[in-house]
Design a protein around this ligand. Structure first.
Ligand SMILES: Cc1cc2nc3c(=O)[nH]c(=O)nc-3n(C[C@H](O)[C@H](O)[C@H](O)COP(=O)(O)OP(=O)(O)OC[C@H]3O[C@@H](n4cnc5c(N)ncnc54)[C@H](O)[C@@H]3O)c2cc1C
Length: 412
């Protein structure tokens, strides 16, 4: 997926911020409808390549295959991945043909090639979106800037979520002994003889536990609820009208937000990972701590002393926090000026966008988890990227799609 970055022109018709699966999905869908836009669009990403963050997270956690079935991928043709995998059926995993990680990456590289997108990523981090009458000035980390007529924000994850007790640690400790899951790279670790506490009930903590035990450590897996077993992040009914009809009919975005929480219901493990974890617990390499929370930790005698709710005390060499990320548009500097000059309703950190996932009154579109109030609980997933396309692409390719009204406070 190596990209030969083009130089940033001073004026861009369509700028994508981020070059992850969401940006690639959007780009391929836009070109399917208007191939002539190919030379008019550019994606900005600090890596200068497509899908760097995706590849990094799959490699760091040694994830063998995706959680989502083979129809979910960036290409507009849902069957394209199956076609690509024609002679690679051993890389489609049960129960629903879940693509192997390498197969998926090679397929995405093929998608980049087929749509001729190799030179469409510019190596740059966007730090500010500055609205300018009917344009936007994008500011980059190096102090340079460019003007874009339309912008799609596809920046993914949000801020790392740390439990409150992490900020209350008073004892000096080696930084690498407490890490958020996204900072852990299993490939670089030698863990034999260590005890590791992994906090969180989602699939990431399962992958980390399996990887850590394979490196010779023992794991304590802690969740404040119960470990739940689910095939997907959210029920398949959220991919179509079964649940989305009622979701869309709900005018109150607070209620929509609650529906999203209920549908995702915290984190969950796949049955496959749960089976592996149970086996590891039978061989005493893993211990489940359910309905349990960390109250506080101290670094003493070269290890962590962990106070748990319920009074138990654990002693461990490392703590990994698989506690996810937090999406809050009001805490993201990228949107600071947008929120000042084009104020919109924000519910629990998520923007209320129009039906085209557009910021009211301007040509700024948002995809990913930030678009969940419109797209629903799978907004951040690969399926959510396709659903975002159904909404954003018509507004990009047809200039006749009218802007929704907005309160606009102009700046000098
Ligand atoms: C371990 C893991 C496994 C997952 N597996 C699946 C799965 O199997 N199926 C599924 O459907 N979903 C899965 N997901 C959920 C989701 O599909 C992925 O998180 C996916 O990467 C989201 O794509 P994205 O493009 O929104 O974000 P990302 O992949 O995070 O890409 C966003 C990009 O934007 C860049 N960026 C951020 N800020 C800026 C900025 N200011 N300027 C320029 N660039 C910026 C980032 O560097 C990054 O490259 C998984 C998530 C994780 C964490």
């Amino acid at each position: 997926m190596q990209a030969t970055s083009a130089a940033t022109p001073p004026q861009i018709d369509l700028a994508l911020i981020g070059a992850g699966p969401h940006a690639l999905t959007l780009t391929a869908h836009i070109l399917q409808k208007r191939n002539c836009l190919r030379d008019k669009l550019l994606a900005f990403d600090p890596s200068g390549e497509w899908l760097t963050q995706w590849r990094r997270q799959f490699a760091a956690l040694e994830i063998g295959h995706l959680r989502s079935p083979a129809v979910h991928h960036p290409d507009p043709n849902p069957y394209e991945l199956r076609r690509f995998a024609e002679n690679r059926s051993s890389e489609l995993f049960p129960p629903y043909d879940l693509p192997g990680s390498r197969l998926f990456e090679e397929f995405c590289a093929d998608t980049v090639k087929r749509w001729d997108l190799g030179d469409r990523v510019i190596k740059a981090k966007v730090t500010r979106i500055q609205p300018k009458s009917d344009r936007f000035r994008l500011w980059f980390e190096d102090g340079k800037s460019a003007i874009a007529r339309r912008v799609i924000v596809a920046t993914g994850g949000g801020k790392l979520n740390f439990p409150a007790w992490v900020n209350q640690i008073k004892t000096q400790h080696p930084a690498e002994r407490i890490r958020h899951s996204s900072q852990v790279d299993l490939r670089n670790l030698e863990l034999s003889g260590e005890q590791i506490l992994i906090v969180g009930g989602g699939l990431t903590s399962g992958h980390l536990a399996v990887g850590a035990i394979a490196r010779g450590s023992k794991v304590m897996l802690m969740t404040r609820r119960y470990f739940q077993e689910k095939l997907f992040d959210a029920e398949a009914g959220w991919l179509g009208p079964k649940y989305l009809k009622g979701f869309a009919a709900e005018a109150d975005c607070h209620k929509r937000w609650e529906a999203i929480q209920e549908a995702r219901n915290g984190g969950s493990m796949t049955p496959e990972i749960m089976t592996q974890l149970r086996r590891l617990s039978h061989s005493q390499k893993l211990k489940f701590h359910e309905e349990c929370e960390v109250v506080g930790v101290r670094w003493e005698n070269n290890r962590w002393a962990v106070d748990c709710s319920g009074g138990e005390m654990l002693f461990v060499d490392r703590i990994w926090l698989a506690t996810g990320t937090k999406l809050d548009i009001t805490a993201d500097p990228l949107f600071e000026e947008m929120l000042e000059t084009h104020p919109i309703e924000i519910v629990k950190g998520l923007p209320v966008l129009d039906k085209h996932l557009r910021w009211a009154g301007c040509e700024l579109f948002v995809t990913g988890g930030l678009a969940a109030l419109q797209v629903g609980p799978v907004a951040r997933n690969l399926s959510g990227a396709r659903m975002a396309c159904d909404r954003i692409v018509p507004a990009i390719v047809k200039s006749s799609v009218a802007l929704s009204p907005a309160i606009i406070r102009t700046t000098a």
